[in-house]
Design a protein around this ligand. Structure first.
Ligand code: CP
Ligand code: NVA
Length: 312
């Protein structure tokens, strides 16, 4: 029987498999750049895309990605399924599996994606939950690899809301692949304890350190890569006023960037709120690779789908 591999967390790949995905992604990116098209490696394959939240990058990268390789994607928006109200996730998973080859889901609760994966008979991809955003981290690491030529041993700094999906996947990914990860975030907005402990356990094996501090300057000092994300993630809107006040000292601006390595680059998963988590002069500077990072969502997810669909 064919082995079903899901991608709910960045840790669902071993380091060796992560690099297999990267090599596939690089190959597909190079082919598409050179020829303006990819070989149709997924003819007649259908991707079901389940969105409980808005999206620009995730939707177009998965949908265009499937088109490029000869497949097809079906978009189901927040009002289409009514998951959990109109229909249980397990029934959604069984029905979708019977008519498609692969499913991706962006949900509020991580448990909804786990539930889908538990009952699906095709691979399920986490396209962002409250806990992780592993597809984003594939694109982030691909971008860092392209610019810096390596991942191992680099020092990444994250400043801002650390209690979110992007930070969690970054910490786990850094532990898994051997990058130092220093977080600067206000108390009360540090990583989820279970995720932090898991990333520490991984970091022990790869001999890197993962630390949290309330001082953004300490986190950024000497960093090769500086990363931030919105202070108000989807689902946190009710806390917007409070968050904008608490996070104010955590803006990534040019004076903070001066503390990083002189060749440090800046990453942001986007959408970005200029003037809040990042100043315009940083996100629009030559050190910023945010649009290369956004484009790499397309290439990295093609590589990921090729990996998941080609399991023996
Ligand atoms: N970075 C990211 O996931 O963007 P979207 O929310 O627009 O998909
Ligand atoms: N942390 C953000 C990421 C958006 C792509 C959110 O969850 O809204």
């Amino acid at each position: 029987m064919k082995k079903i591999r899901h991608f709910l967390s960045i840790t669902d790949l071993s380091p060796k498999e992560f690099w297999q995905v990267m090599q596939l992604s690089k190959k597909l990116k190079t082919e598409h750049k050179r020829k303006g098209a990819n070989k149709e490696i997924f003819p007649n394959k259908t991707l079901i895309m389940i969105f409980e939240k808005p999206s620009l990058r995730t939707r177009i990268s998965f949908e265009a990605g499937m088109t490029h390789v000869g497949g097809h994607a079906i978009y189901l928006g927040p009002s289409d399924i009514g998951m959990g109200s109109r229909e249980e996730p397990r029934d959604v998973a069984i029905v979708s599996s019977s008519m498609s080859d692969i499913i991706m889901a962006r949900t509020f609760k991580h448990t909804t994606i786990e539930n889908l994966a538990q009952h699906a008979t095709v691979p399920v991809i986490n396209a962002l939950s409250n806990i992780e955003h592993p597809c984003q981290i594939l694109a982030d690491f691909m971008t860092i690899w392209e610019v810096k030529g390596k991942l191992e041993g680099l020092r990444l700094a994250y400043v801002g809301d650390a209690e979110n999906n992007v930070t969690h996947s970054l910490a786990l990914g850094c532990g898994l692949l051997g990058m130092h990860f220093y977080v600067g975030a206000p108390k009360g907005y540090w990583m989820d304890a279970a995720i932090f402990n898991k990333s520490q356990a991984l970091a022990k094996k790869t001999n890197v350190s993962i630390k949290q501090t309330t001082k953004p300057q300490e986190a950024v000092k000497g960093a090769d890569v500086v990363i931030t994300d919105t202070w108000v993630s989807m689902g946190d809107e009710k806390e917007k006023k409070k968050r904008l006040k608490i996070f104010k000292p955590y803006q990534v601006n040019s004076s903070l960037m001066k503390l990083a390595h002189k060749k440090a680059i800046f990453l942001h998963c986007l959408p970005a709120y200029r003037g809040n988590e990042v100043s315009s002069d940083v996100i629009d500077s030559a050190r910023s690779v945010v649009f290369q990072e956004a484009e790499n969502r397309l290439h990295a997810q093609k590589g990921l789908m090729a990996f998941l669909l080609n399991q023996p």
